[in-house]
Every structure is written in C-alpha cells, then in structure tokens.
Design a protein around this ligand. Structure first.
Ligand SMILES: [Zn+2]
Length: 125
C-alpha cells in the first residue's frame, strides 16, 4: 500500500484510489435499494460520479508527473520525484526543497524580482 507515503503525488494517488472504492461502495448500496427506483438511481449516479471524478484525478496525476523533477533523496539515498519547489521524499518523508540549488551561488539581482519573491512567499506557507 502506498498510503504511508505522503509526497504530493502519492497523496493524490491514494485519494483517487479511495474515490474508486467509495464510488463502487455507493453503487453497491444503490443495488440494495433496488425496490426504491429513485433511491437506487440517485446512488448509482452518485457512485458513477465518484468513479468519474477518480478518472479525472488520475488524469491530473499524469499531467503533474510531467512536471516532477527526479532527484536522489539525501536522507535515504533513493531516487524520488519532487513536485514544485518543496515536497516530501516518496520513500522516507524527508522534506525536500529545490532551494538548495541556490546555495553557494553568488547573490543575483534576478532573485529580487517579483517572480522570485513570490515563489519565496509560497515556500513559507
Ligand atoms: Zn528519502
């Protein structure tokens, strides 16, 4: 099970995984109410809605995966994928930041520009 991991991609993936179960569960409950047509229909549509939403989330993960950066975790030394400038390791939950790529570099005027300071503000949330 991927649930013990908490990197962003893994969180979204397990969310999509449970949405499918929820959808199937709701549809199954719908079958128990087959004598009450409107209730069965409502639960069936709701269940299909959850499964459909899960498909959308899986598609979204695919889109996000193209934006990840593959790095080697400094803590457990396994390759992991990062989403955005701050994320957690997929294997050991080690918090990771892209900012270390700025370490050792001389101060550059461009870090003062609006785009960079905006990214800094996001990191502090
Ligand atoms: Zn790690």
């Amino acid at each position: 099970m991927a649930l013990k991991y908490s990197s962003k991609i893994n969180k979204i993936r397990s969310f999509a995984f449970w949405l499918i179960f929820l959808g199937i569960g709701v549809m199954y409950i719908g079958l128990l109410f087959k004598d009450t047509m409107w209730l069965m229909a409502t639960l069936m549509i709701l269940g299909m809605g959850f499964v459909g939403l899960s498909t959308v989330v899986y598609f979204w993960i695919g889109m996000l995966s193209t934006k990840t950066v593959q790095i080697v975790c400094p803590s457990c030394e396994k390759p992991t994928k990062m989403l955005g400038r701050v994320d957690a390791c997929m294997h050991c939950d080690q918090p990771l930041t892209m900012d270390k790529t700025l370490e050792g570099k001389e101060f550059d005027e461009k870090y003062n520009k609006k785009r960079y300071s905006k990214q800094e503000a996001q990191n502090q949330q």
